[in-house]
Design a protein around this ligand. Structure first.
Ligand code: MRU
Length: 350
């Protein structure tokens, strides 16, 4: 696979592929401070739930280095402020909070500032490395579930550049390519920020996967006339009952899948589950700047003063989800089935 790695940590320096410049420029930028990390996340230079979590974890490791030489109590106070700052960047993707909480757990067990700084860097690297293996496993499970269905529709970008490697919803296409299984992928352009048209099209082209871009309002017609056999999407947060937040536009695809009687799959790591909330009604939905809707790139497309509603995500209700594909297997989007998964995971964590 020839897609560049989206996040790199080399000798204590963090570099990310600036996704706002894709597909026209492939440029890595260095994030030197916690403020750089915060800005990169809110400006979508790095995006996608797992990639946000990984970058924030490195952000905390970078922040910790500022406090070399301070006593451990002061260190705890300062790093807690940094944790809250990064946690305030984007509200919907729970992987952000999962990664930051995991970093803070490391701190609880150590009593020397110097040792904690080293351990935080190690933990961030671990979160990053683990994600690649998790995504590969999701890809394997998705490949077996798709089982010969080759014409697949997706939305947004839940690919390599949204994760450590391979992606979630796009993982079966990358892995399929490695194994000689060829898919025909249809990618919704994903207004307003065009993650499908800009990022998924670019990423799948890098992998030589056959990809066709459609505008978001072409989905029903495309499913009906092009013989789409399944829809697969990523996730930003999955509630205890299986309700799933993902990029705005996902819900309408699930409704269409139900209408056309084709499977609708969500692919996500366990770090995207939020077992602390009962249903999708509890998921905070990020609203972003009006300019994302009023403009395409630098060009304004609406009359001056047009009112705008710009939610970045919607919640697909569990009843519309055929299955959730995780690194630990395939699950029904059902409160009781997911509770078993949570129990098994709690056992592993204990
Ligand atoms: C593996 S990425 C999963 C999700 O985060 C993805 O589908 C998505 O909705 C990304 O939204 P974005 O606003 O681009 O961060």
């Amino acid at each position: 696979m020839s897609i560049p790695t989206p996040i790199e940590w080399q000798e204590g320096r963090l570099k990310i592929l600036d996704q706002t410049l894709l597909p026209h420029q492939t440029r890595w930028i260095e994030l030197e401070t916690i403020e750089d990390v915060f800005e990169a996340i809110i400006q979508l230079k790095v995006r996608g739930a797992p990639a946000i979590g990984i970058t924030a974890a490195y952000g905390l490791a970078i922040a910790a280095k500022k406090y070399e030489g301070v006593d451990i109590e002061t260190f705890h106070l300062r790093i807690h402020e940094d944790y809250l700052y990064l946690a305030g960047s984007r509200p919907t993707a729970v992987n952000l909070f999962w990664a930051l909480d995991r970093m803070m757990k490391v701190i609880e067990t150590l009593y020397s500032t110097e040792e904690t700084i080293i351990s935080l860097e190690q933990e961030a690297k671990k979160i990053h490395q683990e994600d690649e293996e998790i995504c590969r496993q999701i890809g394997e499970n998705a490949l077996s579930l798709l089982n010969g269905r080759k014409k697949v529709l997706t939305i947004c970008n839940a690919g390599t550049i949204a994760t450590g490697k391979y992606g979630t919803a796009l993982a079966p296409f990358h892995l399929g390519k490695e194994k000689g299984v060829d898919f025909q992928v249809y990618a919704c352009e994903t207004r307003p920020v065009l993650q499908g048209a800009r990022l998924t099209a670019w990423e799948l082209q890098q992998s030589n996967v056959d990809v066709t871009v459609i505008t978001d309002n072409m989905a029903a017609h495309t499913i009906a006339t092009k013989g789409i056999e399944a829809i697969i999407v990523g996730a930003d947060r999955i509630a205890s009952n299986g309700d799933t937040a993902n990029k705005i536009g996902t819900w309408q695809l699930a409704i269409l899948a139900n209408y056309f009687q084709i499977p609708f799959y969500v692919a996500a790591p366990l770090s995207t589950f939020d077992f602390s909330i009962a249903s999708g009604a509890d998921i905070p939905i990020e609203e972003r700047l009006a300019e994302e809707v009023t403009h395409i790139g630098p060009n304004q497309i609406t009359p001056e003063g047009t009112k705008v509603f710009n939610p970045a995500f919607d919640v697909t209700t569990a009843n519309l989800i055929t299955a959730i594909i995780t690194e630990k297997g395939i699950f029904e989007a059902d409160r009781n089935k997911l509770a078993q998964l949570n129990k098994a995971e709690e056992g592993v964590r204990a």
